[in-house]
Ligand binder design. Sequence first.
Ligand code: C5P
Length: 314
Amino acid sequence: MTGVTARVPAKLNLQLAVGPPRADGYHDLVTVFHAVSLFDQVTVEPAGRDGITVTGEGADRVPADQDNLALRAIAALRAAVPDRGTAAVHVTIAKRIPVAAGLAGGSADAAAALVACNELWAAGLTQPQLCGIGATIGSDVAFALLGGTAVGRGRGEQLTPALAPATQYHWVLAFADGQLSTPAVYAALDRLRAARSADPAESEVGPASEPDLDAALMSALRTGDAARVGQQLSNDLQQAAVSLFPALRKTLTAGLELGALGALVAGSGPTCVFLAANAERALELAVSLSGAGVCRSVARVSGPVPGAAVVSAA
Ligand code: C5P
């Protein structure tokens, strides 16, 4: 085999409920992941030694060395199948998912690299086995492998697929002019909550209790009613993200005023996400948001879509 290419989607969190910080620095989550049609492509080819080339959206901000999550995932896979002739590979990542945007682009690339090398090396690992390896690389890697709509618990790596009807939802993503660091946003949430417990009038951030799945969101997803889903979108990290990136408030307000059924910050941000009633409304909203000058650029996507999968092998 001379090369394998895998395609992998970005993720949204339709609910992101965050518990208090754990001893290991992570936070227990309950989240509803949703994979959308914004894809990176990862190609692996046999090479003299492991290496990486990154092209496309934000490529200059992606580490092109052993810190890259795709290379770390490949090293972890190789360690898991030591007897399978796991030769060195050159990895080429074609990015469309923006970097540090709250859309799990780095985790997505790790997931695609696992799927592609599993094929190239004929390693024969199952999806649950790849998820186990992926979870050691990043909290969102397992979901990037699974795709669809799924409830995530723990750090986000313990997944249960959501039994939802075949409804396709139409989303508009508003990309921000800048990035947010995920650890910085979690830390800002912890600070906001600490301030609130010191002064109950200080902030409306949710309490740092154990997170719970939003039954109203799950019920809305079961009916496939976009208007109901739009009303139930929630993200405990949103206020923290807005506190670090105040321009997001204006973007969120603009999208709602332009007719979005719901709006929220994607994961730890700074991408803003808007739900539209159908494909036509999504197009209108995307055009209006672009014209309003409240973001760097927009994209229309739909979901759910499947997780990382091989698209060509030669
Ligand atoms: O797992 P991943 O490397 O994607 O997480 C990036 C950072 O986000 C972690 O280092 C941690 O600061 C924060 N995080 C967290 N709780 C989670 C997931 C991520 O605090 N469940």
